[in-house]
Design a protein around this ligand. Structure first.
Ligand SMILES: Nc1ncnc2c1ncn2[C@@H]1O[C@H](COP(=O)(O)OP(=O)(O)OP(=O)(O)O)[C@@H](O)[C@H]1O
Ligand SMILES: [Mg+2]
Length: 488
């Protein structure tokens, strides 16, 4: 009779180039993890623990599928998979079939106690999937806070507008956390076009043999892993379902996602990434004062990468105003700083007013980050018709606006009050419109570069004149009573 809940086996079993750690459900070959389905791994564990003995088929079935009736064929299929994983040529060298009786592990096995073995065990089974630590100027607070939140919650999503630094911060958190004994697995979903292919991308990062959800669960079973899903916004709601399923099925797994809007997974905590701190409007700001701000530090660091540049008191007000104009968005600041060598600071500052960064960028960046236009276009293409129509119209607001302003302006797109409220809420969740409470009221605003993009879209659909005139009428006339009633 097999005990249904055996004590954890903390030994490491070594055979040939393999090391097997039953309590961590981990098999490695020459120091690298071997991907193996959960059932096949269980069979291997039982065979290796009792190496040299014949283990009957019934005993293996009872060990691997406790309290469940399964046909013997399932055992055969998994033993074949196990033999394949151990190397086709060497199959008989490890597991022998004893006709009519069962299986026997025939290779010599040595046992190391955990204390000795752990020092040579790979520190992180998935370390190779995590990109190297990026520059994260001005983000120490966010990185610590997110790492801290992960200690208490199993699902955290870093949310923010395009190019604000979500991926950079997620990678930095992956390097910071130390409490995942099986490491950090990074899955780049930004290049996955179709939500149906999301499981395949995850399976590929896991090096799983098949793309099925079952296989993914099997690979991660018993692993204490932080899974990073990077760039989810275009794969919603598929990623929500995947996150919920994985968290339910794998109690030792934690999830860190990045997305321009929340996943809405059941146990999700949202960390909204703010823009980098930018200097206040102060005409005589000094270089020393300006360099206290993350946005300026980033601008200078990137400008120096493209050629020798030192910030002096003469340039400090202009650089501060460039960073402010770019709303402290790292991607925008990077793009601007890469042009310093060609244009110099005063010309660059002057050109920013002419949609310069919207269309000029860096060829080496990923496609959707080559220009600000492509970054914003990525978000724009995910909008519904109503959201897109409202977004274009919001270009008329140069600064803060309120819900009732949006409702009045949306009349020209034939959106009623409730459609406008919905669309504005969605645009806010998608990090396209910024919302903040101030003085007891909810203030909305488009970032400067986002507004430039919206203006271009408005002009392209031929609505600009009408929108500007409607806006002028709205400013000049008192707010209409019926719409106020709707708000109430
Ligand atoms: N704090 C930072 N310090 C230095 N560079 C940064 C910082 N944050 C972001 N960057 C740089 O800005 C660019 C955009 O960052 P990142 O890709 O992390 O943004 P994102 O929010 O993930 O964008 P997307 O929404 O397109 O996925 C990258 O080139 C990155 O290296
Ligand atoms: Mg990203």
């Amino acid at each position: 009779m097999i005990a249904s809940c055996p004590l954890p086996d903390k030994n490491i079993y070594v055979f040939g180039p393999y090391r097997l750690a039953p309590n961590r459900q981990l098999l490695s070959r020459n120091g690298l993890p071997v991907r193996l389905g959960g059932r096949a791994l269980d069979i291997l564990i039982r065979l290796v623990q009792r190496a040299g003995e014949i283990i009957s088929k019934n005993e293996l079935i009872a060990f691997v599928w406790p309290n469940t009736f399964v046909h013997e064929d399932n055992l055969k299929v998994n033993v074949s998979a196990l033999r394949r994983a151990l190397g086709a040529g060497a199959a008989s060298a490890y597991i022998a079939t004893i006709a009519g009786r069962g299986y026997r592990f025939v290779a010599p096995v040595t046992i190391e106690p955990t204390e000795h073995a752990s020092s040579s065990w790979p520190a992180s089974a998935y370390a190779q999937t995590l990109p190297k630590a990026p520059l994260t100027i001005g983000r120490d607070g966010d990185i610590s806070r997110i790492a801290g939140r992960l200690a208490g919650a199993r699902c955290v999503t870093i949310v923010g507008s395009g190019g604000i630094g979500k991926t950079s911060v997620a990678i930095a958190v992956g390097h910071r956390v130390r409490n995942y004994s099986d490491g950090v697995l990074f899955v780049d979903l930004s290049t996955v076009g179709d939500p149906q292919n999301a499981p395949a991308a995850i399976a590929a990062a896991l090096d799983a043999e098949q793309n099925s959800f079952r296989e993914i669960i099997d690979c991660l079973k018993g692993r204490n892993v932080l899974l990073i899903f990077d760039g989810c916004e275009h794969l919603l709601p598929t990623m929500t379902t995947i996150a919920d399923h994985l968290l339910d099925a794998l109690p030792m797994l934690s999830l860190l996602a990045t997305s321009r809007e929340p996943l809405r997974a059941r146990s999700e905590l949202v960390h909204r990434l703010p823009t980098l701190e930018t200097p206040w409007t102060k005409p005589d700001i000094t270089a020393r004062e300006a360099l206290d701000f993350g946005a300026v530090q980033l601008f200078i660091a990137r400008a120096q990468e493209h050629g020798f540049y030192v910030l002096d008191d003469r340039d400090a007000p202009l650089v501060s105003s460039i960073c402010r104009r770019l709303d402290g968005i790292p991607l925008a600041i990077n793009l601007a700083a890469s042009k310093v060598r060609v244009f110099g600071i005063p010309t660059l500052a002057a050109m920013l007013g002419q949609r310069f960064l919207l269309i000029n960028g860096e060829r080496t960046a990923p496609m959707r980050q080559q220009t600000l236009f492509s970054t914003l276009d990525w978000s724009y293409r995910l909008l519904s018709d109503a959201e897109a129509a409202l977004f274009r119209i919001l270009a008329v607001f140069a600064g803060v606006f309120h819900l009732q302003d949006a409702v009045v302006m949306a009349e020209i797109a034939e959106l009623d009050a409730s459609q406008t409220i919905d669309a504005l809420e969605r645009l806010t969740q998608r990090s396209i419109v910024c919302a903040e409470y101030r003085g007891g009221a909810l203030n909305y605003r488009l970032l400067e570069t986002t507004r430039e993009y919206a203006t271009k879209q408005l002009a392209d659909v031929g609505e600009q004149d009408r929108a500007v005139k409607h806006h002028a009428r709205h400013i000049l006339s008192p707010f209409k009573r019926p719409t106020e009633d709707c708000m109430a």
